[in-house]
Design a protein around this ligand. Structure first.
Ligand SMILES: Nc1ncnc2c1ncn2[C@@H]1O[C@H](COP(=O)(O)OP(=O)(O)OP(=O)(O)O)[C@@H](O)[C@H]1O
Ligand SMILES: [Mg+2]
Length: 322
């Protein structure tokens, strides 16, 4: 859906904010950009709705280079929650949330209903909050309205720049859950910037770790924790999280390839298991075949062997950790 090809951004003052990134974001996915302050997250995001223009490289949405699209048209397809809220101060909460649906030509009775539903969803009772102005709300409440306003637009793509950063931990977790639920229900494509690794691990389908204008790793949360690409990613995730996450995996989620050994000469005589099978399936296969080892196959080719003692100690370790 959104594709970056060798995108660079050097600002007028010479700051090289983005130093050549390639990124593909699939439709309906929630992708989190994470990395230290100043690594280029906001710049990356703002290039998607053309608030910032790349110095070189291309960004396309559904195969079409966004440089060739009118800003106004493009932004109609892209909801945006900015780092510092950005509600219109002279409009009530209701007017703020209804803005995009109205612009899109939604009828009054339709958007009124939608505004109520959305406010309810983030715990802002419509009768209390609808007629208030942004400055009459707390920072966290304003942020909720910002999130809701982006969702109200029914744009297929939503950019969220640290949308929950001003919230207390409890509201924050609640909104993370709600976002996750909403996203699986409405299948929007969401690009989500955060500083918070726990938040990224919780909400994202894919995590993009950035450092100094470059991408260090793109991976599914499980994959990121289990196989950090380098020391930077590892330290950014934090050893404690890596350990506790490893131990919270159930044997069902761990593939046999995680305990793969080199094959021996007589390995081809062993009972077979597919490389995509998990540890539980492997244990079952060993019991059924009364085998001490299995050969692991991938697309019809043996890629290695797994041994019973290693499997048992792995399973015991998982149980201890759980
Ligand atoms: N308009 C600008 N002109 C010059 N440099 C800029 C401009 N905007 C951003 N930068 C620089 O580009 C780099 C990336 O900034 P960006 O805002 O993308 O970082 P970020 O990852 O979003 O950081 P944070 O987590 O603090 O929000 C920084 O070094 C920043 O100072
Ligand atoms: Mg930023």
């Amino acid at each position: 859906m959104i594709t970056f090809k060798n995108v660079r951004k050097t600002f007028a003052d010479g700051t090289e904010a983005i130093k050549g990134i390639d990124l593909h974001i699939e439709e309906g996915k929630l992708v989190a950009l994470i990395g230290p302050s100043g690594c280029g997250k906001t710049t990356t995001m703002k290039m998607i709705n053309k608030l910032i223009h790349p110095s070189s490289g291309t960004i396309s949405i559904n195969g079409k280079n966004i440089a060739e699209r009118k800003d106004v048209d493009l932004r109609r397809d892209i909801g945006y929650v900015i780092q510092r809220i950005g509600l219109f101060p002279h409009m009530t909460i209701e007017e703020n949330v209804a803005l995009i649906p109205k612009l899109k030509g939604m009828k009054k009775h339709e958007y009124t209903k939608r505004v109520d539903e959305l406010l309810d969803l983030v715990g802002l009772e419509p009768p209390v909050f609808k007629k208030k102005y942004p400055l009459e709300l707390s920072g966290g409440q304003q942020q909720r309205v910002g999130v809701v306003r982006a969702l109200a637009g029914e744009a297929p793509i939503i950019l969220m720049d640290e949308p929950f950063s001003a919230l207390d931990p409890i509201s924050r977790e609640q909104l993370q859950d709600e976002l996750k639920e909403l996203q699986s229900a409405i299948r929007k494509t969401i690009v989500f910037v955060t500083h918070d690794m726990d938040e990224a691990l919780k909400v994202a389908d894919e995590i993009v770790v950035m450092k100094d204008g470059m991408i260090e790793q793109i991976a599914h949360p499980d994959e990121l924790i289990r196989h950090p690409a380098n020391e930077f990613v590892r330290s950014f995730i934090g050893e404690e999280r890596i350990q506790s996450a490893l131990h919270s995996f159930s044997p069902k989620e761990i593939q046999v390839t995680s305990i793969l050994n080199q094959p021996a000469e007589d390995s081809t005589d062993l009972p077979v298991i597919e490389s995509t099978a998990d540890l539980k399936a492997a244990a079952k296969a060993m019991i059924l075949n009364n085998a001490e080892a299995l050969q692991v196959m991938q697309e019809g080719i043996m890629i290695g062997v797994i041994y019973k003692d290693r499997l048992l100690s792995e399973l015991a370790g998982l149980e201890r950790g759980a």
